[in-house]
Design a protein around this ligand. Structure first.
Ligand code: PLP
Length: 390
């Protein structure tokens, strides 16, 4: 009998994670301490980056990252600076940019990869551009080294929002290592899960120190090299000196201890995800109804994307209804085209040329879940359901 139920998310935990949580409970140390610092070290080493700063979500990672660039000594970001962003991403890729008064320039996506259209991105850069935010959509890397090179040449900040693509590779190098700042999410169902959680990596020691302060109230306490950072220890009153308008977005010891356990399994998880992804590619590569996601580099296969071809978009409601009847969950691709959401009225933005691909994908695309479990039956069953429309 084929399994009919195909949810969007699956847990990747087993008794290892429970054991880690129990250890934290027994230690009686719940708030930010050794486990977080340990996870940051293990994590940054795994990805070949100098510094890791853990926070309580991928959204917080984006917030702290953008904020940190405003407090750099040299060449800080300023309100009104222009930032290039892709038209498809999650809301909290954009929110910190709005909150810090930046001007967004939206670029359309490539209809095959669903990532930012690199040709358009290149054309959109002007002397006003101060930063590019690249987002690797649903496991699939952007043209990261090309964007990195442009940013270096033009002295533009480069941030990689890698919240959906942990463990993917571009030109044999992990995503989330190309930007001056890279952000990750460990939300439930992501490549590794710490319940909620996120990480920022950077090779810039000044940015890492600023992030550590911003993460914890804006105080000096977590700055590692106080002297280098210009903090006179004598001035510090009982460890409570505030130097930046900070937040409290710290993770706790439970998140970090689970993160350590999950990171050990990342490769195995991605191998299983990729097996499902390869099956999806084999079954659907020549199908009549949908375009599927074209892989760039080595995808970490977050989800299985389907975009109705124009000729078959009239089947949308029928097929969605079939999926509901068969208990197959599906959803909007990432957050869809951001410009379709009412929240845009709060943003200072422009659109480079147009975002017709992003609009089309928003209206005609969906994804099915992928996870580190064998989904062969589920994927075959989905195909059986739609095959009658071929
Ligand atoms: C591209 C992108 N950025 C940021 C986030 C935010 O991550 P979190 O849910 O951990 O806050 C997400 C969420 O999945 C995302 O897809």
């Amino acid at each position: 009998m084929l399994k009919k139920n195909y949810p969007l998310t699956y847990s990747s935990w087993n008794e290892d994670e429970i054991e880690q949580i129990n250890k934290v409970i027994k230690s009686n140390q719940f708030t930010y301490s050794k486990q977080v610092k340990n996870f940051e070290k293990i994590y940054s080493k795994y990805f070949g980056m100098k510094y890791g700063v853990m926070v309580n979500s991928g959204s917080s990672a984006n917030l702290i990252s953008i904020a940190s660039l405003f407090y750099k000594k040299k060449n800080p970001l300023k309100r009104g600076d222009e930032v290039i962003v892709p038209a498809i991403s999650w809301s909290t890729t954009y929110s910190p940019l709005q909150q810090y008064g930046l001007k967004l320039k939206f670029i359309d996506v490539d209809p095959e990869t669903v990532n930012v259209d690199f040709i358009k991105l290149k054309k959109a850069i002007t002397s006003k551009t101060k930063m590019i935010v690249a987002v690797n959509i649903l496991g699939n890397p952007c043209n990261l080294s090309e964007i990195q090179n442009i940013c270096k040449k033009k002295k533009i900040y480069f941030m990689e929002d890698n919240c959906e693509s942990l463990g993917a590779k571009y030109k044999n190098k992990f995503t989330g290592t190309f930007g001056q700042i890279n952000t990750m999410s460990f939300f439930f169902s992501h490549h590794i899960s710490t319940i909620e959680g996120g990480m920022i990596t950077t090779n810039d020691s000044e940015l890492a120190e600023i992030m550590r302060s911003l993460r914890s109230h804006g105080w000096t306490r977590d700055i590692i090299n106080k002297k280098k950072f210009g903090i006179n220890k004598k001035r510090i009153y009982e460890n409570y000196e505030f130097i930046l308008p900070g937040y409290n977005v710290r993770p706790n010891e439970i998140y970090a201890s689970v993160g350590i356990s999950q990171l050990r399994k990342l490769k195995k998880f991605i191998d299983i995800r990729r097996k499902n992804f390869n099956l999806y590619q084999n079954i659907f590569k020549n199908n009549k109804i949908f375009n599927i996601q074209k892989e760039v580099g080595v995808s970490s296969a977050f989800s299985l994307i389907f975009i109705f071809k124009k000729k078959f978009s009239h089947l949308k409601e029928k097929i969605y209804s079939d999926l509901r009847d068969n208990n197959i969950q599906f959803r909007l691709i990432t957050g869809g085209c951001f410009l379709k959401h009412p929240v845009k009225r709060y943003f200072n933005y422009s659109v480079f040329e147009n975002v017709k691909n992003a609009n089309y994908i928003h209206e005609n695309g969906f994804f099915l879940g992928n996870a580190p479990v064998d989904l062969e039956d589920q994927i075959i069953n989905f195909n059986k359901i739609i095959i009658k429309y071929y």
